[in-house]
Design a protein around this ligand. Structure first.
Ligand code: SF4
Length: 450
């Protein structure tokens, strides 16, 4: 086949879960791929099942869920039957995203593409991925489907066996996708990025959204640390960072082109390097970019020096989540040593000095780690309160391949090894004698005390 124009369809699938909230969530990896394919001459069709502004929702007479001023908010959702594996869990279960009939209408409106790329998020969200692939296969028989993303990387065997895709790509997808498309369609890419050099990738294709509330930005992939509970090293085995000037340019263009006022950083290690953090923040300040900046992923406390805190305040960082997890020294060390209690205290102090109020400074606390008891979490909550910050409980989700995985499998009352639905943190996968479901509800109540 020659190099004539080919069309490709990219899909961000439904989420099936007890709860889901749009904390500035866009499928950034898929948008990077879309931009790369576009640059290589592909015609792009794009369906984000989670897009609350999708025109098909309006046509179907469905009202958009409300958003907050900073554009966080609910997804559209419909209650569905729980999967058999979760039937004992006494909570309602939902499909988040376009109703299936609406999705099918959108799908048939796409002229048959040469291939379909489907991304995936949390391992326990696989039912939405499988269902989307099933519908695509019904609609476009014979069109190859390529599956990538987080579930495809962390549960590659499960995905290969059960998802129904023609190809499952684990890990960074840029080059494998270009190669696979060349094999499948004969369409030879003429632009090959260096995946280790993030700046060699074209900016994510946010222009594919007819309406956009916010943009997301990635300044690095991976993390210099290797925490025992975290998937970062599995998803990005190599830590690689962009040039600050290129990030600033991308943010400035996003604000100008899409008119967004909110930018969320998706990094695992946004402030891990002082020099980079200062250059980035100074660059944003120098360009006088008017936006609210959000860091919903935990920030490294060590990176929040007085200078960084002042620049964060000056540039408009409004969502700050520090990755504390626990004040238990042994556990801090045993799980990777990314922070100690004094460093957390110092980071909070620097942020307070820079003008942030306690309610502006969030701290993640992990709950439900294997062997963790209620008292440890209670102590951590109290400590965060005393420091003048606000605590956010993050229930532990066991991730295959992480250092803590085997221990999680051993202590869990659920069959984690064979059913990814049991990785869902809502069910408290590693509950046990030290920490029960009732304990977590009590801790949440404690966390709500102002
Ligand atoms: S520091 Fe954060 S991102 Fe890095 S490995 Fe630890 S938990 Fe993961």
């Amino acid at each position: 086949m020659g190099n004539k124009r080919h069309d490709i369809l990219l899909i961000n699938p439904w989420v099936y879960d007890f709860a889901a909230y749009d904390l500035w969530a866009k499928p950034l990896g898929l948008l990077y791929l879309a931009a790369l394919l576009e640059k290589n001459g592909w015609g792009i069709h794009y369906i984000d099942c989670l897009d609350i502004h999708h025109p098909a929702l309006k046509i179907a007479g469905i009202q958009k869920p409300k958003r907050r001023l900073d554009h966080r908010g609910h997804f559209y959702r419909e209650e569905v039957a729980k999967p058999v594996a979760l039937r004992e869990i006494t909570r309602r279960f939902y499909r988040f995203g376009l109703p299936p009939a609406v999705f099918k209408k959108v799908l048939v409106s796409v002229a048959a593409p040469q291939a379909v790329l489907v991304t995936s998020g949390m391992t326990y969200w696989y039912p939405g991925v499988h269902e989307v692939i099933h519908v695509v296969k019904e609609t476009f028989p014979g069109v190859p489907v390529i599956l990538g993303g987080i579930y495809a990387t962390l549960c590659a065997e499960h995905a290969r066996e059960k998802a129904g895709a023609d190809l499952v790509i684990a890990g960074w997808g840029e080059l494998p996708v270009l190669e696979a498309l060349q094999d499948l369609t004969g369409f030879t890419p003429f632009f090959l990025p260096d995946p280790v050099l993030l700046d060699s990738l074209p900016a994510p294709a946010f222009g594919l959204y007819p309406e956009l509330d916010y943009c997301c930005c990635l300044t690095s992939r991976g993390c210099p640390y290797a925490c025992a509970y975290c998937a970062s090293a599995l998803l990005s085995p190599r830590y690689t960072r962009r040039e600050p000037a290129s990030v600033v340019e991308e943010i400035a263009r996003s604000v100008l082109e899409y008119g967004v006022e909110d930018i969320a950083f998706y990094d695992d290690a946004l402030l891990a390097e002082q020099q980079f953090a200062i250059a980035l923040l100074q660059g944003i300040a120098a360009r006088e970019i008017k936006a609210r900046f959000h860091a919903p992923n935990g920030l490294h406390c060590r990176g929040i020096s007085q200078d960084v805190a002042l620049l964060m305040r000056q540039t408009g960082f409004t969502t700050i989540r520090l990755g504390l997890e626990t004040t238990n020294c042994e556990r801090q060390q045993a799980t990777g040593g990314k922070v100690n209690t004094e460093e957390f205290q110092q980071a909070v102090e620097n942020l307070r000095q820079a003008g942030y109020l306690p309610q502006d400074i969030g701290a993640y606390i992990l709950v439900g780690l294997p062997g963790q008891g209620r008292a440890e979490v209670e102590e951590t909550i109290r400590f965060v309160q005393e420091c003048g910050a606000r605590h956010y409980l993050a229930e532990y989700s066991p991730i295959p391949g992480t250092l803590l995985w085997e221990e999680a499998v051993q202590c869990s009352p659920f069959d984690l090894a064979h059913e990814p639905l049991f990785h869902n943190n809502t069910i408290l996968p590693c509950q046990g004698e030290g920490l029960s479901w009732a304990d977590v509800q009590a801790l949440k109540a404690l966390a709500r005390v102002p």
